[in-house]
Design a protein around this ligand. Structure first.
Ligand SMILES: [Zn+2]
Length: 142
């Protein structure tokens, strides 16, 4: 493939007398001279510029693995908030949250969200102090 042609030219479905510009969706009749003339044409150059300005659709759409990670992170945060809400609501000693977490992790060894919970004492205290509406959120969620 001639680099001068920009990788847009291929065989035409019409016949062997034509080439096809995949960018312009146009069949070009004749010799390589006509193909090179097409590549240098304003029409083709405008299409090249338009293509360069076009933002790929996947720029706007989150990739499935990113969505999965986000859902997982959201599930972990939700579980930590629920646990913290329980600790606050039932007036459970914050010192006991680590033990509670260890029991939960041993009860659900195959649950990735449970295993990812990291609500240590410091974190629980931080959530209780900095997220005053935790209990209301838990109640709304239930
Ligand atoms: Zn073209």
């Amino acid at each position: 493939m001639d680099p001068e042609l920009g990788g847009f030219i291929s065989k035409s479905d019409m016949n062997s007398q034509h080439a096809h510009c995949n960018l312009c969706k146009k069949d070009i009749r004749g010799s390589i001279y006509n193909v090179k003339r097409h590549v240098k044409s304003t029409f083709h150059k405008q299409n090249v510029q338009a293509m360069k300005r076009t933002v790929p659709v996947d720029h706007f759409v989150q990739k499935p693995e990113v969505q999965k990670e986000q859902l997982f992170d959201d599930s972990v945060k939700d579980a930590e908030l629920r646990l913290t809400g329980l600790v606050a609501k039932e007036d459970i000693s914050i010192r006991k949250t680590d033990s509670l977490l260890q029991v939960l992790k041993s009860c659900f060894p195959n649950d990735a969200v449970c295993q990812a919970l990291a609500s240590s004492r410091t974190k629980t205290t931080g959530i209780i102090k900095n997220v005053p509406a935790t209990e209301e959120k838990v109640q709304l969620a239930n």
